[in-house]
Every structure is written in C-alpha cells, then in structure tokens.
Write a protein that binds this ligand. Structure first.
Ligand SMILES: [Ca+2]
Length: 418
C-alpha cells in the first residue's frame, strides 16, 4: 500500500446511533478508506437488532443518493461497490468475555435506534437482499473474519476502528495472536480517564460492557510471548498492541447541535434526514433531560450530540497508523496528539466495573510488580520483602487532541450530507 492508496479499515461496531453515523463518515471518503468489513458486536443493542440497523442504514443511504441526484460522489462510489466490497460480519460476540451482559437501551432505545423498528408503516425498513457494497458472512464468527482480513493484507496496513465493547477483538487476539499482531493500528472508543462515566458514575459504556475484553488487549497482550519476541511478530515490534484510545475525555468535546443533525431549522426533508431525526430522538431526550429543572432550557449546553464513535472513525481515517509512526515513516499530523497514560481497567469492582484506574504516582519506568515495600503484613510472614501489588496497569497511548471540534463538525456534517 502506498501513502496515496485508501487504508483498509474494519469497523467493529454495536449500532447504536453514533455507530451508524460513524459508518456513514467512513463511506463518504473512499479516497481515504476501503471499508473491508463491518463486524458486529453486542453492546448498545443485541446482535439481531444490530444487524437490522445496518441493513436499514444502507437501504436509507441508497434511497437517499437516488433522491438527491447530484453531489455526494464519495458516498455514491462506496455504495455502488465499484470502490470495494464490504464484508458484513453479522455473527459477532453475543455477550462479554466475563461478567453479566448489559445493553445501552436507556440511551439508544431497545432496538438501538430510538425504536425506529416500531414506527408505523416501518418507513426505514430492513430488506431480504443485502444492499451493496455489503456481502454478508453469517457463517463465521466476526473475530475469525477479522483474522482473515489481517492475514490477507500486508502486515501493518489494516486499521480497525473499535467502537463497541472489545469482545470480538479480544477473541481474535486470543484465537491467533500472531495474525492479530499484523494490525496497523486500532482506534478504540472507550473508557474515561479524568471525568464522570456515561453509564455508571465511574465508567464509560464500552469498558463497562466488557471490561475483561479491554483487559485482554491492554493488559494481557503485552505479556504474551508473541509480543515479547519481535521475531514472532510479522510487524516486528514488541510490547503493547498498536492501540490508541479515544476516551470520553476527548470524544465528549466533539459535539454537533442536535438541531443541525435533525434539520430543525430549514426542514429540507428527504429520507436520510428523516432517518437521522427518528433515530436520534431518544438520545436527544436523554441529553436534554440533563438540564437543571426550574431554569430556562439552554440548547447550547443541553442539546448537543456527542460524537463518540464518529471521532474514533475519524481518527482511523485521518491519521497515519501507530505502526507506521512507530517505524518513523510518518508522524501524527494535523493537530492530532497522543500521550502515554498509565492506567488499568477494573473488571469486577463492586461499584467500579469498567473503571480506568489512572496511576498518577509518577512511577516512570518502574514495573509495578517489582515494588516490594517492607509492609507490616510482610514482616508478620517473616520475609519482609513480598510483592504487594500485581502489575495490573500499563502505559498506553491516549488521544488527547484532534485538529479541533470545529474541524471535526465540518467534516462530519459534510459526510452526513447535512
Ligand atoms: Ca458503539
């Protein structure tokens, strides 16, 4: 792959309203990305609804480009199948690797899209035939399809935008770590490091829904023999996987007014705008409800759509992969900035499942498992020198800046045809 060729991209997703908009963003720019696969994971909704939602989206997009006629050349090219075919891996993980299963119906609605499957007359119907450029593969688990794509592309070239619980990706790593290490970069929407959660007081939904999967990729993977020995890794690196995390800390700064997405002002109509308005109705109600009662409603503060998943897909589209940057061939550009942060993921906390426990002690390069203070418990045992802390955290790349919320809103709204 040369620098001018579109990057092969997999979107691992649990659609979900912001997932659907993230997919449209990727489809709008076939000059930048070749959408190799959409792989479904449980999360915002169940797999059955997630599959229906993808089919509804593509049917609406086809109807939209027929209605509109002119413009949207990128979207048209992607939908025609002339730019690429997209494997639709609908047999994804149905539940987390560990712990109880949860969905986000409180925010996305039971069907993941504000209940559009129950609308009178089913105006955004799913279909029996699979719309182009999708080619459904319901025979293989999604994690095997991810591995197939990594095998069939040169090492370090495939990007993954992970905008769901990380179950499929963790299963892929556990199933064939050598092949999984061929990935060029993984842009993960997940976690929150310095702020409130969006699902519990402490936790973001994706890390809450499957904290065990996050732990497999962030904590367990760097300790695996394949990532300890560069000769066993087709990309030739050791240490952590090429993951860059986009936590709520950055994604919630990237918003678009609901009024713009839902076409409140000029009511231009059309099937795509009607679809956006219908599927955003529940998240909009929930967001609006955060306004304090008894004061005048301020839409600038409480009527904004937080584009969590679209920002992660934008990161995968507009930045060189971490693999290529580690090799020094390309640098992060255009205002994107990444910093290393040391944290661990809580898996079974009584109140804190999915919490990212940031280590702010300034330990530098000290390995946590080597810290051996002379605790009273140790003295009681008579050896005076025992490990009191297992190495449960590591240092990972966290995206802390983008080219800016205004830049993002511009490219996002252009992609959405609004
Ligand atoms: Ca999602």
């Amino acid at each position: 792959m040369t620098q001018d060729e579109p990057q092969p991209l997999i979107i691992d997703t649990d659609p979900g309203v912001d997932d659907v908009l993230a997919i449209v963003l990727a489809l709008s720019r076939p000059d930048l990305v070749r959408l190799e696969a959409i792989t479904l994971n449980f999360g915002n909704t169940t797999l059955d609804y997630a599959r229906d939602n993808v089919l509804r989206l593509f049917n609406v997009l086809h109807a939209h480009v027929q209605q509109e006629g002119k413009g949207q050349e990128g979207l048209k090219r992607s939908l025609s199948g002339s730019a690429y075919r997209t494997i639709f891996a609908s047999k994804g993980a149905e539940g987390p690797i560990g712990g109880e299963q949860f969905t986000a119906s409180y925010f996305h609605g039971r069907d993941g899209l504000s209940g559009i499957s129950q609308l009178h007359g089913d105006p955004f119907a799913t279909s029996k035939s699979i719309p182009s450029p999708l080619v459904e593969d319901a025979t293989k688990p999604a994690h095997e399809i991810i591995l197939d794509i990594l095998r069939n592309n040169a090492p370090g070239t495939v990007r993954i935008a992970a905008v769901a619980p990380l179950t499929n990706l963790a299963l892929a790593f556990q199933s064939d770590p050598e092949t999984f290490c061929r990935v060029g970069g993984i842009s993960v929407m997940g976690g929150v490091l310095d702020g409130p959660g969006n699902t519990t007081a402490t936790s973001e939904f994706n890390t809450y829904a499957d904290p065990f999967a996050a732990k497999v990729l962030l904590h367990d993977a760097p300790l695996h023999p394949v990532l300890q020995d560069a000769k066993r890794n087709a990309c030739g690196y050791t240490g952590s996987l090429p993951i860059e995390l986009l936590p709520l800390d950055i994604t919630r700064k990237h918003t678009v007014p609901y009024a713009r997405l839902c076409d409140d002002v000029d009511q231009r109509g059309g099937i795509l705008r009607s679809f956006y308005k219908a599927m955003l109705s529940q998240p909009r109600r929930v967001t609006n409800s955060h306004a304090p009662p008894g004061s005048p409603f301020d839409p600038r503060l409480y009527d904004n759509f937080e584009a969590h998943d679209p920002l992660a897909v934008a990161h995968a589209m507009f930045t060189p992969s971490l693999f290529s940057r580690r090799n020094g061939s390309q640098q992060t550009e255009g205002g994107w900035k990444t910093e290393q942060v040391r944290f661990g993921i809580e898996t079974v906390g009584e109140l804190t499942r999915g919490y990212c426990v940031v280590d702010r002690r300034g330990l530098g390069s000290i390995k946590l498992g080597k810290i051996k203070p002379n605790s009273s418990a140790a003295k009681d045992k008579g050896n005076g020198d025992v490990e009191v802390e297992k190495p449960t955290s590591g240092q990972w790349d966290v995206v802390v800046a983008s080219p800016g919320p205004a830049w993002f809103a511009g490219i996002f709204c252009e992609a959405l045809s609004i």
